[in-house]
Design a binder for this molecule. Sequence first.
Ligand code: PHE
Length: 339
Amino acid sequence: MKQQLEAIRNAAEKELASVKLPAELENLRVKYLGKKGELTAILKQMGGLPASERPAIGVLANEARTFIEDHIAQCGAALKEHETESKLSNEKLDVTVPGDRHKIGSRHPLTIVLDQIKDIFIGMGFNIAQGPEVEFVEYNFDALNTPQNHPARDPQDTFYIEDNILLRTQTSPVQIRVMKSQKPPIRIIAPGRVYRSDAIDGTHSPLFHQIEGLVIDKGITMADLKGTLDGFAKSIYGEDAVLRFRPHHFPFTEPSCEMDTRCFVCHGKGCRLCKGEGWIELLGAGMVHPNVLRNCGIDPDEYSGFAFGMGLERLVMRSFGIDDMRLLYENDLRFLSQF
Ligand code: PHE
């Protein structure tokens, strides 16, 4: 029996040495120390021993149990430590590794300049108005004093949806919508997309943006038009901006004008930007035609007003020195991420 105990002890020691997993360890514990384990089986045979041998064997058996228990405990501790270590080394975090950069988008140049323009006019007491891009022919032309036979209605210049509906060719129909729905005093700007059937090139696109302006009140004169647009030009191009108003014609304003700013690059000498002219055209404007007021139910003897319209793309191209309009629509990140 003494030899049996020693054999068990040695076998247990050997097996424990090669344990790698907690489950294996548990199996060994059951194998040696469990109720049906090998050591227990031997202890059960103790009853058959002569009384004189029992104490000595009992001591040996207890030693063997303690030995195995100790080894199992040690082995368990070692496994745990190993597990913790491998966990730590797997979860290692190197805070010096460069991070993943998240690409943050930026505002489109058209939006940057439009926001600037909105801020300037809101600062002067204007509200922002909007109208649909799919518009009645009546609002786009007739109500704007542009009769049926006017060259601006040439179907080749315009995308018609139906006979009486088209993609608006200008933001001016918003004037009609605002005057029909609001009582003066009116002070609005109306930015938005407009459409013309132009072929695409460096300075033309069938879709572009305009910003319309409209002021209606008692006693509004050309002086208000000039003062307002002068304030606008100085806000956007600096206090030393110089303006020039040239006579022009629009069916819905009388008198009409175009406004130029002295070239802010060459200060009038002539350069590439102003194409040698020294002046840069900014917008069309004029006093709202009495017929247009009447078409909207506003009495031209009581009220007067001015309107203006400018192309956003041109302003943007000038602000950022962009020489091809197509860059604004191509969504090339190499271009867009510069703003
Ligand atoms: N709608 C005109 C255009 O597209 C611009 C304009 C607006 C002119 C308002 C005068 C008054 O050319």
